[in-house]
Ligand binder design. Structure first.
Ligand SMILES: Cc1cc2nc3c(=O)[nH]c(=O)nc-3n(C[C@H](O)[C@H](O)[C@H](O)COP(=O)(O)O)c2cc1C
Length: 167
């Protein structure tokens, strides 16, 4: 497909798209050679298909963590819970040991699941598509489990919470 894009200023794009609230999801796996946990935060995680069960997210082509997870392809997606903004900050950083101060346990596949998260989805990446300065990762769902409480929400560059409307 050939497109000619109008000029949209990057900051304006981010400002307006920031009005779309998202969940906050940690995508985490292990480096195959060392078994070291690797992970990043994404706001683009979503369910893609029910039959077969597939999910997707977008990852920047500049990500340093996804290339560590990609070779094995196995990862856990932890949907962060209300109050886990410190976990989000740690895993959206580019420090050498992002998991040092983060509580986690192993999925059945051996991927790091964030303790106290709102839900966990164990996945295996099966496909990647080009998407500008990101890549769209498509993954099959191998197992999933819901936790309790409420999700962490990201909106206009800030953390917030979810409020149910009384029935
Ligand atoms: C709320 C939130 C949502 C984010 N969503 C994405 C995303 O969907 N895709 C992405 O590549 N980076 C996203 N990021 C940025 C990455 O988490 C961040 O760039 C991280 O440092 C990448 O680390 P890496 O170099 O270790 O892969 C998000 C960050 C935050 C705080």
């Amino acid at each position: 497909m050939t497109t000619s894009s109008p000029t949209i200023e990057a900051r304006h794009f981010r400002d307006v798209m920031g009005h779309l609230p998202t969940g906050v999801v940690v995508v985490a796996g292990r480096e195959p050679r060392t078994g070291t946990p690797a992970g990043l935060v994404v706001g683009t995680f979503q369910s893609l298909s029910l039959d077969p069960p597939l999910v997707s997210f977008s990852v920047a082509t500049t990500s340093t963590s996804w290339p560590k997870i990609r070779p094995a392809g196995y990862f856990s997606a932890s949907v962060l819970a209300d109050g886990q903004d410190d976990v989000c900050r740690a895993l959206s950083s580019r420090g050498p040991d992002k998991f040092a101060a983060v509580g986690w346990h192993e999925s059945g596949d051996g991927s790091p699941q964030i303790s106290g998260a709102h839900a966990w989805i164990d996945c295996r990446a099966v496909h990647e598509l080009a998407g500008g300065d990101h890549r769209i990762v498509i993954a099959e769902v191998r197992a999933l489990r819901a936790g309790t409480g409420a999700p962490l929400v990201f909106h206009r560059g800030r953390f917030g919470g979810y409020r149910a409307i009384p029935a």
